[in-house]
Write a protein that binds this ligand. Sequence first.
Ligand code: F6R
Length: 609
Amino acid sequence: MCGIIGYAGSRSCAGIIYEGLRKLEYRGYDSAGLALVGNGGVSTIRAVGNLESLGKELRRNGHPDASTGLGHTRWATHGRPSVENAHPHSDCSGKIAIVLNGIIENYADLKESLEGAGHRFTSETDAEVIAHLVELHYQGDLLQAVHRTCDDIEGHFAFCVVHDDHPGSIAGARRECPLLIGIGKGEHFVASAIPAFLTETRDVIEVGNDEFFLLTPDTAQVFDADLEPLEREVTRVQWSEDAAEKGGYETFMRKEIFEQPQALADTLAGRLPEDGDVVLEEMDISDTELAAVDKVYVLACGTSYHAGLVGRYVIERWARVPVELDIASEFRYRDPVITPTTLVIGISQSGETADTLVAMRQAREMGAKVLAITNIMGSQATRDADGVIYTRAGLEIGVAATKTHLAQIACMQLLALKLAQLKGTLPPGEVAAVAAELRSVPGLLERYLKSEAAAHDIARRYFEKPFFLYLGRGIGLPVCLEGALKLKEISYIPTEAYAAGEMKHGPIALLEKGSPVVVVATDGRVYEKVLSNIQEVRAREAAVIAVATEGNKAIRDFSDEVMYVPATSEMLSPLLAVVPLQLLAYYIARLKGCNVAQPRNLAKTVTVE
Ligand code: F6R
């Protein structure tokens, strides 16, 4: 949550920082701001709303002389979105400006004592204490002042500071929240995420946990917790530049929906050799340890949780290991039963979600082996785990997750196959058959996406409905949970997702003539049962929108609308069935005129508990 970027170089930097913020806007968009260090000292420019408002301010005065600066795009935690609460924040003298991503947990006490010492605060934010603490501790050395500030603050954060006395420098620190340095020629960048400076440089060094940094146009230094300089290897990032561009699509979400065949193919690549073992690299969990696993525990939030739910069905079916799931924010407040033979899987696209990270750490402390499934190389989740399965979905910018979800499901399927192989619960021939089928799914998806118009037509007929019910059974249940989440988060239409068999125990009361009920009715062992539930819906004159397997003509007699997906075996069906639901949500949101790129109140990475 919140995106930060800094530039120290010789070029006029306002435009560079603004462009960087555009790439970080998915991290928060309720206000934004810049601090520019130029001839007139440190100037801050802040605006409420998305970046366009800031752009207007910048056009009025872009401080062309400034060649050092900071930028921030905010997702409000402490204090409503307003100009006063937008970052950067300044100290009393106006010589210092800071930007923060994260939370300062003890800010209230610090603010009280700073105010007692005469510091004047102008915002309701936790971040502003950092500006005043740096002011308090500054005795000529900016890095030392940052170091002392970190001794005072509790929480998880990444922050950057500029000071009028050091016009070419940026100092900062991180605890938990990410911070990457981009190395240019005679210039340096620092940001919450690489896309912020990817068009400028691909050479990156990381600021590690509890580390500090100091940038000037010519030097980029990282320091340990005692301010001893560290040697850091420069990594060359291979991501394509268009990953952070819409490439002709109207939104990132649409682009990413259509990138799913590739995301899936990349996630599977090399991991399913023709007739060999399932290959999961980056695993510091031995095959012997995996074979001994007698319980799997999945921890995740939101869409990632839904991928975990799909994993439950697949692991239990193929590997015969019981699977428990917890919403990560609930895990730590229960008394979960974890043993050394429990495999805990933290699923997080960003690898930064605070709730998931805390839960993973707790599970590790309890003695479990912890595996991370994430899309982001080197993210915190990868450090807090004994093994990693990377989703290779490429950069996902759309706030509503799509291609990473599909890739997470694929990773759970790969893991289930691996466990089944090690435990001997699936005969080798069957493993090979599933592997072959999995390899064919990207092609099927590609074909489906060429003829996805049904979702658009259905959206046109139903987008004004005030409520949608989603029903599914078995492995179709997580699919409908995900479909319902997608619709509510981007169109703001209330939705409910339910186990189809459970509908008669309550939600059926919501149905009236014409209520849209989306039913996942793909082929599988519960198909006949789902048909009975569809009949119950029809008896209330509600409108059934079915997701069904190609070739199932009979479903037309039971449904008002059908979105067909290519046939697969049941355990692979979510990889296809979820896509029409993503599209339905997308088209409905567009028809309602919602801002799909920036759904209200949401952020792509949720770094607060
Ligand atoms: C919904 C969505 C969220 C995330 C959730 C967890 O479209 O994207 O529900 O799935 O915030 O995020 P990660 O996977 O980064 O831990």
